[in-house]
Write a protein that binds this ligand. Structure first.
Ligand code: NZQ
Ligand code: ZN
Length: 385
């Protein structure tokens, strides 16, 4: 096992009816900014519940945070926070709203150009406003981690940042709040959580037995619940498991002490920034190709994954790896999520453009060995055609 420093201070309040607990979770004297996305939070009644729980506190609202939140939009929220001297943020939504709140929290007191937060990957963040979240879409794990992804629309630049200062103080996870999700977003959530686990698991063995078994258990849980998560939107048990599994997939626990990949995510971010393909859908395109191209370096874990997650034990090593990749592809396709660039009408021109953007963003040493240079990214994208 590798050395690690595991820290996760986010309180999780889980279950039906838990939005009411905002009454005790948000400080009484806080000057609150509630952040949300488009129409869903209002339409589903979640915002009304939030307003009621906040009671007599001083509350302002900022709506309109788009999927793949933009720097341009978030800076308007930063201006509101500064102007109105707001001191506590509450994100109500999915990963985009929560990531947006993290950026606003970090940018509010940031000295100099806030885009610097993104350019330094969060290293320039020296403090942040306190914030909590009400999660409405299980997928990203943002509700229980210190990462955020923000897009500068003007240049199609989608970059991640991390900082110890942007862990949510608390997150309210009420599985009934996911009942209104469109089927497509549930499928996206299953795939995003799945790939968060593979990014931390499908690398090379370091004798991290518990991390491996946790990761395999979470992957198996996603595979097991997927059909009912799609077919039975109001099945509380299924949605509870989906919500908690997605949080556990990226809260630091399974990634402690193990090598991590993240090449799929970094290549996927370019696809979203250029072609506006949903985050999870980009991962479904890239992951099978990454596993194929990196099959020699990932050989031991691919065989372990095939056997323990998919029950693949027959055939030569190459055949078992092929079968494991095919099972992964089949799982995504079965959720209605394509695994090829061609499904989005993208071909060689897109490969060239994505490689160009990876170069422009310094994404030239990706993967658990830092060996995914632009040539290898090109090979991955060509395999995904
Ligand atoms: O905008 P509204 O109207 O609210 O609709 C949203 C949005 O259109 C809708 N929605 C959310 N909850 C709903 C609902 N509709 C009905 N009922 C509900 N209960 O769903 C749509 C998608 O929402 P979004 O927040 O964009 O989705 P997701 O949670 O998948 O977040 C994606 C973003 O998270 C980033 C991605 O890059 C992307 O920008 N990620 C963040 C990570 C992190 N912080 O750790 C890790 C991930 O890898 C990911 O990169
Ligand atoms: Zn993701």
């Amino acid at each position: 096992m590798q050395n690690f420093d595991f820290y996760n201070p986010t309180r999780i309040v889980f279950g039906a009816g838990t939005i009411a607990s905002l009454a005790r979770l948000v400080p009484q004297t806080a000057r609150v900014l509630v952040l949300f996305g488009g129409a869903s939070a209002e339409k589903t009644g979640t915002l009304a519940e939030v307003r009621q729980a906040l009671g007599e506190r001083f509350v302002q609202e900022f709506g309109g945070i788009e999927p793949n939140p933009s720097y341009e939009t978030l800076m308007r929220a930063v201006e509101q926070v500064r102007r109105e001297k707001l001191d506590f943020l509450l994100a109500v939504g999915g990963g985009s709203v929560i990531d947006g709140a993290k950026f606003v929290a970090a940018a509010a007191d940031h000295e100099g150009d806030p885009w610097n937060i993104m350019e330094t990957g969060g290293a320039s963040v020296t403090g942040a406003l306190p914030f909590g979240t009400v999660l409405t879409l299980p997928a990203t794990g943002s509700e229980m981690n210190n990462g955020s992804v923000v897009t500068l629309k003007a240049t199609h630049t989608k970059l991640p940042f991390r900082s110890v200062h942007v862990f949510p103080q608390f997150s309210v996870l009420d599985p009934t709040k996911t009942y209104t999700l469109p089927e497509k977003q549930v499928a996206n959530g299953l795939v995003d959580a799945f790939v968060h686990i593979t990014e931390q698991y499908l690398t090379y063995p370091v004798q991290a037995l518990a991390q491996d078994r946790f990761a395999e258990g979470l992957l198996q849980t996603l595979v097991e619940i997927a059909p009912r998560a799609i077919a039975a939107p109001e099945d509380y048990a299924t949605r509870s498991n989906l919500m908690w599994t997605a949080s556990l997939a990226l809260n630091g626990l399974i990634g402690a002490g193990v090598p991590q990949d993240w090449a799929t995510h970094m290549i996927g971010h370019e696809l979203t920034a250029l072609y506006d393909i949903d985050h999870a859908r980009t991962l479904a395109i890239v992951l099978p190709a990454v596993l194929d191209i990196q099959r020699d370096k990932k050989r031991d874990k691919l065989l372990q994954y095939g056997e323990r997650v998919w029950g693949i034990t027959a055939g030569s090593e190459e055949q078992r790896i092929d079968a494991a990749i095919a099972a992964t592809r089949h799982f995504f396709e079965g959720l209605g999520i394509p695994t090829r660039l061609s499904a989005y009408g993208l071909g060689m021109a897109a490969v060239n453009d994505v490689v160009g953007q990876l170069g422009a963003h310094g994404m030239t040493r990706l993967g658990e060995h830092g060996d995914v240079d632009l040539a290898l990214s090109r090979a991955i994208l060509e395999t995904a055609l």
